[in-house]
Design a binder for this molecule. Structure first.
Ligand code: SF4
Length: 381
C-alpha cells in the first residue's frame, strides 16, 4: 500500500535548531494550499492506479496552522483522485500552542485520526533555548486536551542532549509521557545543523556546545525507561506500545512508495526518488506557470534513479536502524557482489560486538544503537 505526504511550509517562528523547509510569513498560505491541490491532481498517476493508501501524513512546517476549510479541501481531493484504505492512518503534525479545544474539535470533524505533537520538552528553559512557540504549560495541557477531544492515537516528539536538559529534566520529560500513556514516542538527539541559529550561537560562543556524552547517557536512559514501561524501540528514534507502530514511518523504512506534495516534499516510486524545490516562491511560480507538472523537471523537482549501490546503502542504513534488521536474502537480490561486500565488512563489526547476527538477519545490539549511522557507513558500498 502507498502513502501521501503533504509538506505545509509555514511556521509561526523559527526554532533555533531547525533546518526543515518553512517560511514564517503566512502571506501565501491560501495560494500554497491551492497550488498543492493542483500538484496533487497533476501527479495522481505517480502512484499505481487503484492502489489503496495506507497512510496520509501532514508534516512540515506546521500543519496545525491549516484552517479547517483547507484541510477539508485536501481530503476532498484525496477522495476524488485516490482510494483510501478503510483503516488508513491519517496523521497531522501539530504544535502544542495550536491545540486549543476549538482547533481540536475541528480536527476531530476531519478524517485525521492521529496527532503527532511537537512537544520537544516540558521544560520552560529547554523551550526557550529551542525558541519554540509554546511554553511548558501548553506542552502539558495539550496531551489532556487532545485526549478530551477524542484523539487516542497520539505520538509526541522529544529532544534530548540539549545543554539545557540535565538528567533530572530528561527523567521528568519521560515521566510525563509515561504518566499520560502516550502510545508512540519519537526522540531525537539535539543536532547542530549547519546554518541554523543554534549553529551560529555556538560558533559565536553565545550558546554552549552539545555534549555528545550527555546525549549518549540520555539515550541509554530513554531505552531502559521506555523498555521497562512496555514500549518497544522498533526504530532507533521511535518507541511504541504494543501494536502502535506508526504506519507512515514504517512505510518509509520498508520501501513502500509514497507521493510527496508541496515545497521540499520527497517522493519515492520504488525505482527513483524525487524532491520538490525547497522554496515557496519557486514552487508557486512553477505551479502557476501551467506546465504539466510531470514535465516540470528542474523547475519544480529533481529526480534521481536509484542504482543498485544506492539501494544497497539505503537498505543497510534503514535496516540497521529498525527492529527488522538487515536480511541477507534482500541484499543478495541486488547481486552476489553486494552479499560478499556486506559479509566482509560485517565480520569485524560482529567480532567487536557492534553488530549481531541471528541466522541470516543482522541487528545492532542496544549498546551500538547510538552509533547506528556510523556503523552503517562502515558497511556502505
Ligand atoms: S515548528 Fe517544526 S518545522 Fe517549524 S521551525 Fe520549529 S521545528 Fe522547524
Amino acid at each position: 500500500m502507498a502513502g501521501i505526504y503533504f509538506h505545509i511550509p509555514f511556521c509561526k517562528q523559527a526554532c533555533h535548531y531547525c533546518n526543515f523547509h518553512f517560511s514564517t510569513s503566512l502571506r501565501y498560505k491560501e495560494e500554497m494550499v491551492r497550488a498543492m491541490l493542483c500538484e496533487l491532481e497533476a501527479r495522481q498517476s505517480y502512484l499505481l492506479p487503484d492502489e489503496p493508501l495506507s497512510s496520509i501524513y501532514f508534516g512540515g512546517g506546521t500543519p496545525s496552522l491549516l484552517a479547517e476549510s483547507d484541510l477539508m479541501a485536501f481530503f476532498e481531493a484525496i477522495h476524488r483522485h485516490f482510494r483510501l484504505s478503510p483503516n488508513a492512518e491519517i496523521t497531522l503534525e501539530a504544535n502544542p500552542d495550536d491545540l486549543k479545544p476549538e482547533k481540536l474539535a475541528a480536527l476531530r470533524r476531519s478524517p485525521v485520526n492521529r496527532l503527532s505533537i511537537g512537544i520537544q520538552s516540558f521544560s520552560e528553559e529547554d523551550l526557550r533555548f529551542f525558541n519554540r512557540a509554546h511554553n511548558a504549560r501548553e506542552a502539558r495541557q495539550c496531551l489532556s486536551l487532545a485526549r478530551d477531544a477524542g484523539f487516542e492515537d497520539l505520538t509526541i516528539d522529544l529532544i534530548y542532549g540539549s545543554p539545557t536538559t540535565d538528567h533530572t529534566q530528561w527523567a521528568e520529560n519521560l515521566g510525563i509521557v509515561l504518566e499520560h500513556e502516550v502510545p508512540h514516542l519519537s526522540c531525537y538527539a539535539l543536532t547542530v545543523e549547519p546554518r541554523t541559529a543554534l549553529d551560529h550561537f555556538i560558533k559565536k560562543g553565545k550558546a554552549p556546545a552539545v555534549d555528545e556524552e550527555q546525549a549518549a547517557r540520555q539515550f541509554d536512559y530513554l531505552i531502559s525507561t521506555t523498555q521497562a514501561a512496555g514500549y518497544e524501540q522498533y526504530e532507533i528514534s521511535n518507541f511504541a506500545l504494543p501494536g502502535r507502530y506508526a504506519v507512515h514511518n514504517s512505510n518509509y523504512w520498508t520501501g513502500v512508495p509514497y507521493l510527496g506534495i508541496g515545497p521540499s516534499a520527497h517522493s519515492f516510486d520504488g525505482e527513483s526518488r524525487q524532491w520538490n524545490v525547497a522554496n515557496n516562491a519557486k514552487y508557486l511560480k512553477a505551479v502557476r506557470s501551467g506546465h504539466p507538472l510531470d514535465e516540470a523537471e528542474g523547475l519544480l523537482y529533481e529526480r534521481e534513479a536509484l542504482s543498485a549501490e544506492d539501494r544497497y546503502n539505503e537498505y543497510v542504513m534503514t535496516g540497521l536502524r529498525t527492529k527488522w534488521g538487515v536480511q541477507l536474502d534482500k541484499i543478495s537480490r541486488l547481486g552476489p557482489a553486494f552479499q560478499q561486500h556486506f559479509l566482509r565488512y560485517a565480520a569485524p563489526l560482529i567480532a567487536a560486538g557492534k553488530l549481531e547476527r541471528q541466522g541470516d538477519t543482522f541487528f545492532l545490539p542496544p549498546g551500538s544503537r547510538f552509533m547506528a549511522d556510523g556503523i552503517a557507513a562502515e558497511l556502505f558500498w
